[in-house]
Ligand binder design. Sequence first.
Ligand code: ATP
Ligand code: MG
Length: 252
Amino acid sequence: MTTSQSEVTNDRQALPALVVRGVRKTFEAELAPVRALRGVDLTVERGSFIALMGPSGCGKSTLLNLVAGLEEVDEGTISVAGESMSDGTEDTHALIRRKHIGIVFQFFNLLEGMSVLENVALPAIIAGKNRKSAESRARDLLDLLGIADKASEMPGVLSGGQRQRLAIARALANEPTLLLADEPTGALDSVGGQEVIELLSRLHTQGQTIILVTHDANVAKAADTVLRMRDGRILSDGDALTNDTLTTIGSL
Ligand SMILES: Nc1ncnc2c1ncn2[C@@H]1O[C@H](COP(=O)(O)OP(=O)(O)OP(=O)(O)O)[C@@H](O)[C@H]1O
Ligand SMILES: [Mg+2]
């Protein structure tokens, strides 16, 4: 690597994990368009653990989907580790997603016909790693997440908490800059939920950058910053949610 290349790499590593500026997204619906995001600004520094809270329909999942490049922004910019998730094509967004993003959903989205190990190895294989090194990394992840003994089982035999840990292992397969978790404890009982939260906290201590969407204030406590959304916007930290504020925001 030449000096200038390594300088570029170092510069990139110094950039925030995520920068969102002026993002708007409207969905066409039968009755009237739904303005799901109405101007979102957000900077997530590397190593931070952010919990995103807010009422149903305020735009939390839409924001995560845009950050992951699963949907396209209407207006504004998103950059993940300095790479644009708002300019460019769906193909370039898919490449950036594979390189920088791991996603965990409420209902796990596991591949039920594949073994636990194969579920975790697959993203790395899709990203171009050979099977042997992908499986070796998958074994390390399962070990880290405490389900190494289940490697050759099918996902169907796992408990809810174990299934979500498997989904998290899979999300970490390509060493993502940013781990996005959309209500990862929403479908779990309190024991399973606790397992998942402890795991996310541990990953955070090891330096993983995390954005966690949750409705549960106890779950949000694991994060170092709690951001609140209302009606397609992020309210600034510490905003008093008086009824007046809510009425004003709701009418915008
Ligand atoms: N594909 C879509 N087509 C039409 N409307 C959509 C679509 N996706 C989201 N919406 C609408 O956009 C708004 C924001 O939805 P979003 O799923 O982001 O909310 P949320 O904060 O994640 O809610 P919840 O807490 O219930 O998961 C909602 O009014 C929703 O109905
Ligand atoms: Mg949602």
